[in-house]
Design a protein around this ligand. Structure first.
Ligand SMILES: [Zn+2]
Length: 378
């Protein structure tokens, strides 16, 4: 295992690559931003918008995949107000909401005046599949995550709205197998966030293919026939989650800190509309030795918002911590006991990089030393 010398990303992130100097691809990608002609890229986006604007008469002319988060605010503001489009927002409902998340969603509708098509997945099916994903692969939210990618494509085909607007290209910006810089999000389903798992792994006496409808990726033929044009906004404008947060705030977006200061996290503006869902990214710590903070702090280092040594201190202090409210909400939704939860976690804990101290999984000392200096674990 090794850490990037510049940010705090380890090579245990699935699919991430490093160069020979020990710098991760997301850092190198960030460097390349200075070579991009962003004015020309914005022009390309305007031309794309010109092509689709009003193409359905008074009906919607694009789909924006948007929930209630700060990136959603940025996407909706861009498509509706800066580019004058008539978007339909498509979202997958959360299973539990923070009060702040609800208010942000209502406020977004008040401010931008867009219709939202919200799919509420079956709680009964979700509970079973979350449990299966948790117990068999420690990926409880696969079912929900996959629907986020697939369902908007299905709706776009059904409603005849070819342009679909996503936020960032996760692999290109943060690391993963798809390192090519492209505006097209056609291949998003293969970006490691929802790895391909055969349906048989999910089906049983109670779960059938009828329960999987929202998760089915339209075929290439159907996508081509409908002329779908899914895009990453991050290709057209340099993506910065913190900048999106600042823009969202101008439109009344509220951070979570007044409602709930989440233990173990370094920020209070990402993934704040859900509660138990956030246990899912914490599992990355159990399997790969890093989770949400590493992603965020690495972004902050790249954009000059924090130094590497400050980030290292945050990770040492927080990365292993699982917030109590998150955990309780997760247990309550899956209807499992805390003992069962920890027995499954123990089964998946990566003992090459973690060790249990005082009953808590922590990074091993030699891993912490590699994190501190940036480089290989020796
Ligand atoms: Zn890096």
């Amino acid at each position: 295992m090794k850490y990037c010398k510049r940010c705090v990303m380890p090579d245990t992130r699935p699919g991430i690559k490093f160069n020979e100097e020990g710098i991760c691809y997301p850092c190198l990608t960030h460097d390349r931003r200075t070579e991009v002609d962003w004015e020309a890229r914005w022009q390309e986006l305007e031309e794309l918008a010109d092509r689709y604007r009003g193409s359905n008469g008074n009906y919607y002319d694009c789909i924006v995949t948007a929930s209630a988060g700060k990136d959603s605010y940025y996407q909706v503001w861009t498509m509706k107000e800066r580019l004058g489009m008539n978007p339909l927002l498509v979202s997958i409902d959360n299973f539990s909401w923070t009060q702040t998340g609800r208010e942000n969603q209502n406020n977004m509708s008040d401010v931008f005046g867009c219709d939202m098509h919200l799919l509420s997945l079956s709680r009964k099916v979700a509970r079973k599949l979350f449990r299966k994903g948790f117990e068999q692969q420690l990926i409880p939210c696969w079912y929900w995550d996959r629907a986020v990618y697939t369902y908007p494509l299905q709706i776009a085909i059904r409603l005849g709205i070819p342009l679909i607007v996503y936020g960032e290209n996760i692999n290109y910006e943060y690391g993963g197998e798809q390192t090519d810089e492209t505006y097209s999000a056609l291949n998003q389903i293969n970006n490691n966030v929802v790895k391909s798992i055969p349906w048989d792994a999910w089906l049983d006496d109670e779960i059938t293919m009828k329960d999987m409808n929202p998760l089915i990726q339209p075929t290439q033929e159907d996508i081509a026939a409908a002329g779908l044009d899914p895009i990453y906004l991050s290709y057209f404008e340099a993506w910065d989650g913190y900048r999106n947060y600042e823009v969202a705030q101008k439109f009344g977006f509220k951070s979570l800190e007044e409602e709930w200061v989440r233990e173990g996290l370094s920020e209070h503006y990402e993934q704040i509309d859900t509660i138990g869902y956030n246990v899912h990214p914490w599992f990355k710590f159990i399997k790969f030795g890093h989770q949400h903070n590493t992603d965020i702090l690495s972004q902050w280092i790249r954009s000059g918002r924090i130094t590497r040594s400050e980030a290292v201190e945050q990770i040492k202090e927080k990365e292993h911590i699982l917030d109590r409210r998150m955990l309780e909400d997760f247990l309550s939704f899956l209807q499992i006991s805390e003992d069962h939860f920890w027995s499954v976690v123990d089964r998946f804990a990566n003992q090459e990089i973690l060790e249990k101290r005082d009953g808590v999984w922590r990074l091993q000392p030699q891993v912490v030393r590699a994190l501190e200096k940036g480089g290989e674990v020796s």
